[in-house]
Design a protein around this ligand. Structure first.
Ligand code: SAH
Ligand code: F3S
Length: 446
């Protein structure tokens, strides 16, 4: 399985692997060794889509070379390109055996059986009435210390640039008992940090066994009661839907990490309005203030789009000003990519690509400088780091700070899976180097 795009695709790919394990499939590293090859695709920007078609062209050769062997390859396209462009894929790449959307992958074993039986492409892109979550096995820790857990899917916000409401469907929250039971089984398997996922995760409103509903803040409070779970994160949030309970959770739940991805997209009110974002800059500013009041050490990251239709130099300057004002410690930024079928794609006032490129460069330079500056401020301090993997060099471990900074340290392997207070010695643009104080180490959490 090869995944493109967002964290939810990473999560979905694992769940596909879980579904296929009982019928005899296991993951392999190389495309040429795969009996079933799934491209789990992303439709968010044009570039991501073109990548899929070029990968398919390459994979066709491998598939053709195995056609006469005892192990022919089944080629499948999953995810948001499959959902949005099922018919187009059929036309452009008729050698694909299965095309299925993000809401139908629980039927994967059945689709594979059909692909073996039938000629022609199996197409499953209807939004089913049942929830795939009712058909998935319990998630497994797989030796990891940090795991994703989907709690919410879909989006009803219809930002005018975005395909997600069309590809992932309407907002839908998993019942709280299911989420808590999945979290428990991950923790029982050794997971110490869970990132709750949703396209619009703070729209979460899960049904409880008592016939009531819990929002995300209350869900986090419940999850924090699980012994052995040390860190909770969530992504991605829609600013206009951050409610008081969620802000309160940042004040009262120490396990909730002081780092929040809160996409603002633009620093200009008129552009935000044209994007149908339902928050203006004042509202965003006040939200950041409230969150800082709730948890003084909280830091923010964001997504930005430059060159949205109608964006003037002054609008773009407002974005740069907002970046300085909030002091984002990291961010993703993109050139606006017109997506077929979305309202903004048909807007007049499309910005020429050279201007988009220039603006992106300017913005990214500023964001990188802020990130480097934030990394530097941590030098000399101690940060609790969840050590969750081996580094590139012998004896080196890597982990994450509360702010998602990658931290490298020479430390014994027995520290894997622990949260250790490490002294930060040096800051690099994208990572930190720390020292380990031998047996005198203090575990941040025991
Ligand atoms: N809430 C969602 C965000 C959707 S996509 C989630 O994370 O699941 C992630 C980011 O991609 C958006 O925040 C936006 O900055 C960017 N994006 C979405 N559509 C885009 C487009 N048409 N062109 C450029 N960037 C886009
Ligand atoms: Fe996309 Fe806006 Fe929803 S960015 S995912 S339509 S909140």
């Amino acid at each position: 399985i090869k995944s493109y795009g967002c964290q939810m695709n990473v999560y979905d790919a694992e769940r596909m692997a879980d579904l296929l394990a009982p019928i005899g499939y296991r993951m392999v590293e190389e495309a040429k060794d795969a009996d079933l090859l799934i491209l789990n695709t992303c439709h968010i920007r044009d570039k991501a889509v073109e990548k899929v078609y070029s990968d398919l062209g390459r994979l066709r050769r491998i598939k053709t070379s195995r056609e006469t062997s005892t192990h022919p390859m089944i080629l499948a396209v999953a995810g948001c390109v499959a959902q949005a462009e099922g018919e187009e894929i059929l036309k452009r790449t008729p050698y694909v055996d299965i095309i299925f959307g993000p809401q139908t992958y629980h039927k994967l074993p059945e689709m594979v059986a059909r692909a073996h039986r039938e000629t022609g492409t199996v197409l499953e892109t209807e939004f089913p009435l049942e929830s795939k979550f009712d058909h998935l096995p319990k998630p497994k820790a797989r030796g990891r210390y940090s795991a994703f857990l989907t709690v919410q899917e879909g989006c009803d916000k219809f930002c005018t640039f975005c395909v997600v409401p069309y590809t992932r469907g309407a907002e839908n929250s998993r019942p709280t008992a299911d989420v808590i039971s999945d979290a428990r089984s991950l923790v029982a398997g050794g997971v110490r940090e869970i990132t709750l996922l949703g396209q619009n995760v703070n729209a979460y409103h899960g049904a409880t066994p008592h016939g009531t509903e819990l929002g995300l803040g209350r869900l986090i409070t419940e999850l924090a009661k699980i012994n052995g779970l040390h860190r909770i994160r969530y992504t991605t949030s829609y600013p206009a839907e951050v409610d008081d309970d969620l802000i309160e959770a940042h004040a009262t739940v120490p396990k909730l990490m002081p780092y929040l991805h809160l996409p603002v997209q633009s620093g200009s009110d008129s552009i935000l309005q044209a994007m149908n974002r339902r928050h203006n800059i004042d509202a965003y500013r006040s939200l950041v203030d409230q969150l800082r009041h709730a948890r003084s050490d909280i830091a923010f990251s964001s997504d930005f789009i430059v060159g949205f239709p109608g964006e003037t130099d002054a609008d773009f300057q407002s974005t740069l000003d907002l970046v300085d004002e909030i002091g984002f410690i990291s961010a993703y930024s993109f050139k606006y990519s017109p997506r077929p079928g979305t309202p903004a794609a048909a807007s007049l006032g499309q910005v020429p690509d050279e201007i988009k490129s220039q603006r992106l460069k300017t913005l990214q330079r500023k964001l990188s400088a802020l990130q480097a500056a934030f990394n530097s401020t941590t030098v000399g301090s101690k940060l609790p780091v969840l050590l969750d993997g081996h580094g590139r060099y012998p004896g080196q471990l890597v982990g994450r700070s509360p702010y998602m900074q990658a931290v490298h340290v020479s430390a014994p392997t027995k520290q894997l899976g622990n949260i250790v207070n490490l002294r930060i010695e040096a800051a690099h643009p994208n990572s930190l180097a720390a020292s380990y104080e031998g047996e005198n180490y203090r575990r941040a959490i025991t």
